[in-house]
Write a protein that binds this ligand. Sequence first.
Ligand SMILES: NC(=O)c1ccc[n+]([C@@H]2O[C@H](COP(=O)([O-])OP(=O)(O)OC[C@H]3O[C@@H](n4cnc5c(N)ncnc54)[C@H](OP(=O)(O)O)[C@@H]3O)[C@@H](O)[C@H]2O)c1
Length: 350
Amino acid sequence: MAAPKNEAAWLTQANSPLQVSEAPMPTAGAGEIVVKNSAVAINPLDCHMQDLGVFVQQWPAVFGCDVAGEVFEVGPDVDRFKKGDRVLGHTINLVTGRPQDGAYTHYTVVPANKAAILPDNISFTDGVVVPFALEAAVCALSLKVPGEAMPGVATPALGLPYPSLQELAPSAGNTLVVYGGSSSVGCMTTQIAAASGITVIAVTGERNMELSKRCGANQVFDRTDPELIDKVVDAVTATGGKFVGIFDAISTPDTYTNDLAIIAKLGGGHLACTHPPPAEAPSNVKAGMIFAVDDVAAPVWKDYVTPALQNGKLRCLPPAKIVGKGLESIDEALKMCKAGVSAMKLVVEL
Ligand SMILES: NC(=O)c1ccc[n+]([C@@H]2O[C@H](COP(=O)([O-])OP(=O)(O)OC[C@H]3O[C@@H](n4cnc5c(N)ncnc54)[C@H](OP(=O)(O)O)[C@@H]3O)[C@@H](O)[C@H]2O)c1
């Protein structure tokens, strides 16, 4: 049989279309698997990488963070996977800069501790919405000690428990506000927090309030409600639990204004952001920016993802919207992502 050939969607310079052409066939090193990708997903990060060349460490570049497909090769010390397994995985080109660690190619290197078996009843195009958002959620919730997201910008350290496969009885424990609950990372953070026994109060667009409830939010408020701040504060207070803080998936000046008003009324708390936090935060606000590549997520990948997908506790939300088939469709999907999406993850089949 002829050796398989690889191709990738390359970025040769900032602000230019991706170019599909030959790519070296990757091999799995220690702690790695090579996945033959059947589906990849698009993240806002990819749009910034394409437009501005930010985070590109090596030109030409292959980026993208989410893959689902079959294991093609297993690294020497990896025992959780075998060739042919159906998997989903989080690829880490963002950290390594290596083209073989980007998703937008047929064969990608994935760290084995950022991958999990995808149950047979879940399609690759559904499963691929999970990986990057899952890691972002765990980084937002479970880091115990602050690290560095960017030079001079600390990560949040909420120190919350990992999600559990058990049905946790509702308790007056921790309460978290998820601002932007219909976004990809908002849906996943709501799911993971709810599965950790945390009461989630979410903020979404009106038409996506039901989706946020399906993710496990206890109460959801319309982001355009003029009384949003007071309603969120009242809902948090009514839980009777400890207010942990806010995970702000959107992290814009407008959402920061609301975040700080909510936290002020609740007497202080964490503000976990997806972008650099507000410069002027009062001393009772512990603000930080998540960095969604961290080994804190390894136990969740290893012990939680597959059984939780199997028993329906972890759902592939927001739903996938399949933009097209083939590496050539990734450019179109990136354009759609730049135009903005609502409660969906853009996916390309390979
Ligand atoms: N630092 C990191 O490590 C890290 C990791 C992952 C993502 N991120 C960043 O996190 C952000 C979210 O990423 P994503 O993939 O989750 O985004 P996404 O799914 O593309 O976000 C789209 C959603 O944003 C919601 N939204 C927009 N403006 C809003 C507002 N003012 N209030 C509430 N919701 C609002 C929309 O809600 P409605 O349609 O319901 O109105 C929509 O569903 C991006 O900026 C991304 O770059 C950072």
